[in-house]
Design a protein around this ligand. Structure first.
Ligand SMILES: Cc1cc2nc3c(=O)[nH]c(=O)nc-3n(C[C@H](O)[C@H](O)[C@H](O)COP(=O)(O)O)c2cc1C
Length: 237
């Protein structure tokens, strides 16, 4: 009799233990997944319990690579490539970001008065250079405190950085940063981008730059990715 009673009690207890869980198996799996995710992406703050005594879950900021790519690039008609809808320098900037996990910031003119046709663009750029213009750009750079290494790229315009890039160099504090220049061009190579960047940002450390033919960036991307990768490897990325 005693045995029969304890058996009945055990069966009852087993049945009851399943009652509180009304989840379907699929829901349970999902809950498991989301709890695993919570553990990965959140920080459990101890000692800061909320009034109902449950622990407060605080989201952690997304991990940052600490690397930024700042670039300027034009679409429209460009030398040797015809009309393009993605700029040559933009293509290289994106490759660098893909390979290093960097974030991208595109320098866009506040007032985009740059002509769409190549010859007219060269005239406007020459005038800006003669006048040592400092064209304004849209928005602000992300908080530089978050980045120790910054790639900076642009097309060579009349043997120099486009003047808008000097606005970026002069309006921001790059001291203590590691700056790595890159250019796209059609014959001038890096065109002294590294030295000019170092003079504009004397308290930064400027590392070896990369020069890519604009036409290659547009039409020979496997080859360009290879040179980007070996340059990055040489720099220790
Ligand atoms: C205004 C202007 C000036 C240029 N000056 C030079 C130059 O001095 N040397 C050179 O090799 N290429 C020069 N180029 C060619 C560009 O550097 C090249 O096409 C570049 O890849 C364009 O890049 P983007 O599409 O990112 O703007 C010039 C192009 C323009 C529009």
């Amino acid at each position: 009799m005693k045995k029969a009673l304890s058996l009945l009690l055990a069966v009852l207890l087993f049945a009851l233990s399943g009652c509180g869980n009304t989840n379907t198996p699929a829901q349970s799996e999902q809950d498991k997944d989301s709890s695993a995710q919570t553990n990965q992406n959140t920080d459990t703050v101890t000692g800061t319990e909320s009034p109902d005594n449950t622990e407060k879950i605080v989201s952690e900021p997304e991990a940052s690579s600490g690397i930024l790519v700042i670039y300027f690039s034009r679409t429209g008609e460009q030398y040797t490539v015809g009309v393009i809808d993605k700029g040559n320098t933009a293509i290289v900037a994106e490759m660098i970001a893909e390979e290093t996990g960097a974030e991208l910031f595109e320098v866009l003119p506040e007032e985009d008065y740059y002509p769409y046709t190549y010859n007219e663009l060269t005239d406007v750029a020459k005038k800006e250079q003669n006048e040592k213009a400092r064209p304004a750009y849209q928005g602000t750079l992300p908080d530089l405190a978050a980045y120790s290494t910054i790639f900076i790229g642009a097309p060579v315009w009349w043997g120099d950085w486009p003047m808008i890039m000097y606005t970026v160099f002069e309006n921001n504090d790059f001291s203590g940063k590691t700056l790595i220049p890159f250019s796209t061009h059609e014959g001038s190579g890096l065109s002294g981008f590294d030295k000019k960047l170092q003079s504009a940002c004397p308290d930064a450390e400027v590392l070896k730059g990369l020069a890519v033919r604009g036409n290659d960036a547009q039409n020979s991307q496997d080859k360009v990715r290879e040179s980007v990768n070996s340059w990055l490897a040489e720099l220790g990325f």
